[in-house]
Design a protein around this ligand. Structure first.
Ligand code: CAO
Length: 434
C-alpha cells in the first residue's frame, strides 16, 4: 500500500517555495535521498526521504508553497520496510529525518561554508580547473546541485545558472561539463587557436618546400617534449684552457692515424662523471609519471646536424671507453648520420644528450630535453676571455655550457650542482681519473 510522505519539521521555514523536484514517479529511492529543494528569502534546503521505496505519485510541483505537514508524494515502501509500514509511527513524517544534516544554506550573496557532508564528498579527477572554494560557496545552487558538482569536480563559481533568479540547476552543471569536455584542452591538446592559413605570395615571390621525413619526425618529438616537459636551463662556463692544450697535443698525435679528437669527447666523459655523482640525471620517469627509473648504464646521445635535419645517434657505455675510442666512434656515427645509414636501434637507449654547437658559434642556447631523458647539455663555442685570478686578469679559454633539465625530476639546486661539477672536471681533466 502506498504511503504518504509529508514535509517534516523544517524549523522556521513556512510557506516556502519548491524550487526543484528531485525525484519522479517510478523512481526507486533510498532513505535520506533528497526529494525536493525548497527556498525561502534566506536559504535553500533539501527535504530527504524518511525511508526507501518506489515513488507512486507526486503531490507537489515546482512553484508550490509548502510547510511542515504538506504532502510531498506517495511511496511504496521497499520490501524490508513494508511490514514496518503498518506501525502507526512509521506513517508519520520523521522529525529526526529533518533536513538539517543534508541542508546547506545557498542564498547567493552570503558567502557560506558548505556543510560537512558536501565538503567531504570526494572530488574526482576532472577536466575542469581546481575548485575555487570561495566562489563555490557563493554560487547560488541547491545542496544536491553542490553535491553533484563536487562529484564531477566542477567549480560552481564558473557555472552560469539558468534557474529562477540565476540559480544553478543540475542541467547547468551537466552543460558545463559537456562544454569543457568538448574543448581541445580536455582531449590532451593545448586549447590554443589554430595557426591561420596565410597566402604569403600576396607580399612577394615564395616557394613551397616539403619538410624532410627527419624534419617531420624530429618536429613531432621536439614539440611533444617542449610542451610536456617543464624545462629549466642552467647556464655555466668552464675554464678549458688546460684541457685544450692537452687536446691539441693529442689531436696532433692522432691526426696521422685519421682520428679527430675534438673537445666533445672530453665533454662526454665529464658528463658521465657528473651523472655518476648526481644519479637523477641518469633516470627517466616511467609512463605513469610516478616512478623514476634509475639507470646503471651510461649511453650518451649526440645531436648531429645533417643536410636532412637533426638526428641523435647514441654512443653506448661511454664510462667504459677511452677518449680515443670515443673519438673514433664519434667520427663513425657522424659519417653514418650524414650518409643516412643510421638504423633506428642506433638512436635508442640514450641516457642524456649533448648538443654541441661549439664548432659553429654562438654564446649560449636553450636545448630541448630529449625525453624520456631528463637532461640535455648544450655546448657553445669556447672563447678567450679575461678572467680575474685574484691579482690580475688572465686570458683563459672559457667554454659556455647550457644544461636544460626536466624540473619534475631535477631541482634547480641540483641543476646548478651538476654544471658546477662539470665545469670543475673540464677545468682539470685529471679529475676524470678519480
Ligand atoms: N668550442 C670551440 N671549438 C670547438 C668546440 C667548442 N665548444 N667544439 C668543437 N670545436 C671545434 C673542433 O675542435 C673543430 O676544430 P678543428 O677543426 O680546428 O679541429 C671544429 O670546432 C669543428 O668540430 P666538429 O663540429 O667537426 O666536431 P665536434 O666533435 O665538435 O662535433 C658533431 C661533432 C657531430 C656533434 C657536430 O659536427 C655537429 O653536428 N654539431 C651540430 C649539433 C646540432 O645541430 N645541435 C643542435 C641540436 S638542436 O637543433
Amino acid at each position: 500500500m502506498a504511503k504518504e510522505i509529508f514535509v517534516p519539521d523544517i524549523g522556521d521555514f513556512k510557506d516556502v517555495e519548491v524550487i526543484e523536484v528531485l525525484v519522479g514517479v517510478g523512481d526507486t529511492i533510498d532513505v535520506d535521498q533528497s526529494l525536493i529543494s525548497v527556498e525561502s528569502d534566506k536559504a535553500a534546503m533539501e527535504i530527504p526521504a524518511p525511508e526507501a521505496g518506489v515513488v507512486k505519485e507526486m503531490k507537489i510541483k515546482i512553484g508550490d508553497h509548502i510547510s511542515k505537514g504538506s504532502l510531498i508524494l506517495l511511496l511504496e515502501p521497499a520490501a524490508s520496510e513494508a511490514s514496518a509500514a503498518s506501525a502507526p509511527e512509521a506513517a508519520a513524517p520523521k522529525v529526526e529525518a529533518a533536513p538539517a544534516a543534508a541542508s546547506v544554506p545557498a542564498q547567493p550573496p552570503a558567502p557560506a561554508k558548505p556543510a560537512a557532508p558536501v565538503a567531504a564528498a570526494p572530488v574526482r579527477q576532472s577536466p575542469t580547473a581546481q575548485i575555487d572554494e570561495a566562489g563555490f560557496a557563493k554560487a547560488y545552487a541547491s545542496p544536491s546541485v553542490r553535491k553533484f558538482a563536487r562529484e564531477l569536480g566542477v567549480d560552481l563559481g564558473k557555472v552560469d545558472g539558468s534557474g529562477r533568479k540565476g540559480r544553478i540547476i543540475h542541467e547547468d552543471v551537466q552543460g558545463f561539463v559537456k562544454r569543457v569536455l568538448s574543448q581541445p584542452a580536455a582531449a590532451g591538446g593545448l586549447g590554443v587557436a589554430p595557426m591561420p592559413d596565410i597566402d604569403f605570395s600576396q607580399w612577394g615571390a615564395v616557394e613551397s618546400k616539403p619538410l624532410t621525413k627527419i624534419n617531420k619526425l624530429t618536429g613531432q618529438f621536439l614539440h611533444r617534449n617542449w610542451v610536456t616537459v617543464p624545462h629549466v636551463t642552467q647556464f655555466d662556463e668552464s675554464d678549458i684552457t688546460d684541457m685544450e692544450s692537452f687536446r691539441k697535443e693529442m689531436a696532433a698525435e692522432y691526426k696521422e692515424r685519421g682520428i679527430k679528437i675534438t673537445p666533445l669527447v672530453f665533454m662526454m666523459k665529464a658528463v658521465v662523471s657528473a651523472m655518476k655523482q648526481y644519479p637523477r640525471f641518469n633516470s627517466s620517469l616511467d609512463a605513469t609519471g610516478e616512478n623514476l627509473i634509475m639507470k646503471s648504464y651510461f649511453n650518451i646521445g649526440i645531436a648531429v646536424d645533417t643536410p636532412d635535419g637533426l638526428v641523435v645517434p647514441v654512443v653506448r657505455d661511454v664510462d667504459r671507453k677511452t677518449l680515443v675510442d670515443l673519438a673514433v666512434e664519434l667520427g663513425e656515427i657522424s659519417v653514418k648520420a650524414r650518409d643516412k645509414k643510421l638504423k633506428p636501434g642506433d638512436m635508442q637507449g640514450g641516457c642524456l644528450t649533448i648538443s654541441s654547437l661549439g664548432g659553429i658559434g654562438g654564446t649560449k642556447f636553450t636545448p630541448i630535453v630529449n625525453a624520456p631523458e631528463v637532461a640535455i647539455l648544450g655546448v657553445s663555442r669556447a672563447k678567450m676571455q679575461p678572467v680575474w685570478n685574484g691579482k690580475e686578469f688572465e686570458p683563459r679559454l672559457m667554454l659556455p655550457l647550457s644544461l636544460s633539465y626536466d624540473h619534475r625530476v631535477i631541482d634547480g639546486a641540483d641543476g646548478a650542482r651538476f654544471t658546477s661539477f662539470l665545469s670543475r672536471v673540464l677545468s682539470d681533466t685529471r679529475r676524470l681519473l678519480l
